[in-house]
Design a protein around this ligand. Structure first.
Ligand SMILES: Nc1ncnc2c1ncn2[C@@H]1O[C@H](COP(=O)(O)OP(=O)(O)OP(=O)(O)O)[C@@H](O)[C@H]1O
Length: 283
């Protein structure tokens, strides 16, 4: 019951971007994919989703199903993918857009069961409040929530989220990450989320995998994996770690932040006046 990615190589033209990545995601687990801009996170996620093709290695599910060899409709019953960018250009209302997630399951017409999935997904993402607006009229964050609802309506076994919270305000960031966390656990889904916020990754994921220049350089629970050395290597930033309610948290150290940690320079409250042979307090 595992998504296995073995020695995966993916490139654009002759340029390799994912360079032999190996990782696994078990059912019920949410894995955070971390790494600097351009490290290969989206490329890896799109390859699992069947959008990019790998040149070497393998992607298997449940001990042997080669995901890259599945017909598109069969793949869509297993894998749901939420892209980084919005791109909702069809003249559909919200409900119809979420219903697109059910197309692998019905023939010409959706059944009651399909609508049940649509309504449940809309409720989870707070979309029922938005009524029957056209998706082209939604804000960036509302559109992002429609895409996530569409992926959940798909009732996948593998859920791939590429920076799903980048356009969301803090309320919906937390709601979306909580939903991703809950859905992977409750529905026994293998979840992968590319995410930039190290603190949210620590809060919501079971495990983090760091990609660095297309290679996996760390893999494990955030509290075990995060270290100032690793973060310096990946992002070139000096950080300090702390614990908050049992979660590891990362604090970048700027010149300014370091200044606050230093004791104030010693300033005597009085000045000796040797000429007069005694000490006087300064006013
Ligand atoms: N369609 C493409 N054609 C050519 N090169 C691409 C394409 N998409 C991505 N790349 C290159 O592949 C590398 C990895 O990009 P990718 O989008 O996978 O990184 P990422 O880790 O998701 O980055 P970010 O954090 O900025 O989203 C980058 O150098 C990028 O320029």
């Amino acid at each position: 019951m595992t998504l296995r990615i073995d020695s995966l190589v993916v490139g654009y033209g002759k340029r390799e971007v994912v360079k032999g990545a190996t990782l696994q995601v078990r059912k019920g687990e949410l894995v955070g994919l971390l790494g600097s801009n351009g490290s290969g996170k989206s490329t890896l996620i799109k390859t699992i989703a069947g959008i990019n093709r790998h040149t070497r290695g393998s992607i298997t599910w449940n001990g042997g199903t080669d995901l890259a060899a599945l017909p598109r409709r069969e793949l869509a019953k297993i894998v749901a993918y939420v892209p980084q960018s919005i791109g909702l250009s069809f003249a559909l209302d919200i409900k119809e857009a979420v219903l697109l997630g059910r197309t692998p399951y019905f023939g010409t017409r959706p059944r009651d069961d399909d609508w049940d999935h649509v309504e449940a997904a809309m409720r989870l993402l707070g979309l029922d409040e938005l009524g029957d607006r056209a998706v082209t009229e939604l804000s960036g964050g509302q559109g992002q929530r429609v895409l996530i609802a569409r992926a959940l309506a798909q009732d996948p076994e593998i859920l791939l989220l590429d920076e799903p919270t980048s356009a969301l305000d803090i309320r919906y960031q937390w709601q979306t990450l909580s939903v991703a966390r809950a859905v992977t656990r409750k529905n026994n889904v293998a979840g992968v989320i590319a995410i930039h916020d190290l603190n949210q990754a620590a809060r919501f994921t079971d495990r983090v995998v760091f990609l660095h220049d297309g290679e996996v350089i760390a893999d494990g629970p955030p509290a075990d994996v995060y270290s100032p050395e690793l973060i310096k290597r990946v992002y070139g930033v000096d950080v300090e770690l702390s614990a908050y309610k049992g979660f590891v948290q990362v604090h970048p150290l700027s010149e300014h932040a370091e200044h606050h940690h230093r004791p104030a320079p010693f300033a005597p409250a009085f000045t000796p006046r040797p000429a007069e042979g005694r000490l006087e307090l300064q006013a």
